[in-house]
Design a protein around this ligand. Structure first.
Ligand code: SF4
Length: 369
């Protein structure tokens, strides 16, 4: 992206930046790294409109890292309740406890390496903290930026794809990069290689959210329309490519939930490969992410009723074309089994489940009964 485009992007952002509780009216002001961290973590997988109120409530109760570090997990979960992906809240608490003991004058580490070593902080969040709070020339890459870069340069692959040199239509310099992720990050670094990296990063996220939307992008209003290949070619709907439907690998979290009266929670199916079968509840989860209670599990379990929750390892399994990898969480409840769910006597669990997916997980979680 050339300096002219970046200038147009900045002007657009200054005119159109939406007021948000984690954003200063002065867009050039450095932001509180703690507030950046919390807001950006909440915004992963969750809409801005939902995060707004959660963020305000959170900051009232936990205005800084020290206050948060002293809180217990149950209270942190209470302030997170409804946002889902509880592993994010758990990691926030873990990181707060680590960071509150550090002597950094700014409250959070100031290098990518140190930030990415903390629970729950990946390349994206680290880049956001470094650029938005410390005004460093650090790149970020989230779904919004991926969509924009894919359209600007007609990248017909996603950062997670394997790309073949022959099919790639990019110029030789970019083609020399080894992976799809590297190509995307390279574009992100180009945008961030400026004293105004903080504004470029934030402007692109906002542009992706409000103008370069997944469906029906508002190209007529876009400050980057002049250089957008997909717009020029009338192909915006083709970029970014959708993930291939023939995806065969599946990563999930399976729950072995035991009630206070020694019964095990079962569901009917839950995923397409166990449709119609009595199985342990299982939910799709991100590979490599910290293991935590999946958001959808709230349908069955009230977090207030959990007495203990232990990670019991992982297992691999195949069902037809699905290559499954699953983490196992063993959850003990304070409360007794209650309707409307199916509960199986623990002593009979091994006879009752008829699929080896559930039996494997059960064995790893509780051994034999
Ligand atoms: Fe997105 Fe359209 Fe702007 Fe291209 S011109 S970046 S497709 S909004």
């Amino acid at each position: 992206m050339n300096s002219e485009s970046l200038k147009r992007l900045r002007s657009w952002f200054i005119k159109n930046a939406v007021a948000l509780p984690w954003r200063h009216a002065d867009l050039d002001a450095c932001r509180d790294p703690y507030a950046v961290w919390i807001s950006e973590t909440m915004l992963q997988q969750t809409q801005v409109s939902t995060v707004r109120d959660y963020f305000i409530r959170w900051m009232k109760r936990f205005p800084n890292i020290e206050t948060l570090a002293k809180a217990d997990e149950a209270e942190v979960f209470k302030y997170w309740q409804g946002l889902g992906y509880y592993s994010r809240a758990r990691n926030i608490l873990k990181t707060a406890k680590i960071v509150s003991g550090m002597t950094s004058p700014c409250g959070m580490p100031e290098t990518r390496k140190e930030l990415e070593a903390l629970p729950g902080i990946g390349a994206y969040t680290a880049g956001a903290i470094l650029s938005l709070a410390y005004h460093k020339r650090e790149a970020i890459l989230d779904g919004n930026l991926v969509r924009i870069f894919s359209r600007l340069y007609e990248l017909d692959f996603l950062p997670t794809d394997k790309i073949s040199e022959k099919k790639c239509t990019l110029d030789p310099m970019v083609r020399g990069l080894k992976s799809a992720a590297e190509i995307y990050w390279n574009f992100a670094r180009e945008v961030a290689d400026s004293p105004k990296a903080y504004m470029h990063n934030e402007a692109l996220m906002e542009l992706g959210r409000t103008v370069c939307k997944s469906k029906n992008p508002l190209c007529e209003e876009c400050p980057l329309a002049k250089e957008c290949k997909a717009f020029a070619d009338g192909r915006t709907a083709e970029f970014p490519p959708t993930k291939k439907r023939t995806e065969k690998s599946w990563h999930g979290t399976v729950l072995v939930v035991e009630s206070a009266d020694e019964k095990i929670l079962a569901v009917n199916g839950g995923q397409k490969f166990l449709d119609g079968q009595l199985a342990l509840p299982h939910f799709e989860s991100a590979r490599g992410a910290a293991v935590g209670l999946p958001a959808k599990a709230e349908e069955y379990i009230n977090a207030d009723e959990i007495e203990s929750m232990d990670y019991r390892g992982a297992f691999r399994h195949s069902i037809t074309v699905h290559k499954i990898e699953c983490d196992i969480l063993y959850i003990k409840l304070k409360s007794k089994a209650k309707p409307p769910f199916v509960w199986i006597e623990k002593a009979k669990a091994f006879e009752t489940f008829a699929n080896s997916f559930s039996l494997k997980a059960l064995k790893k979680a509780i051994g034999s009964v």
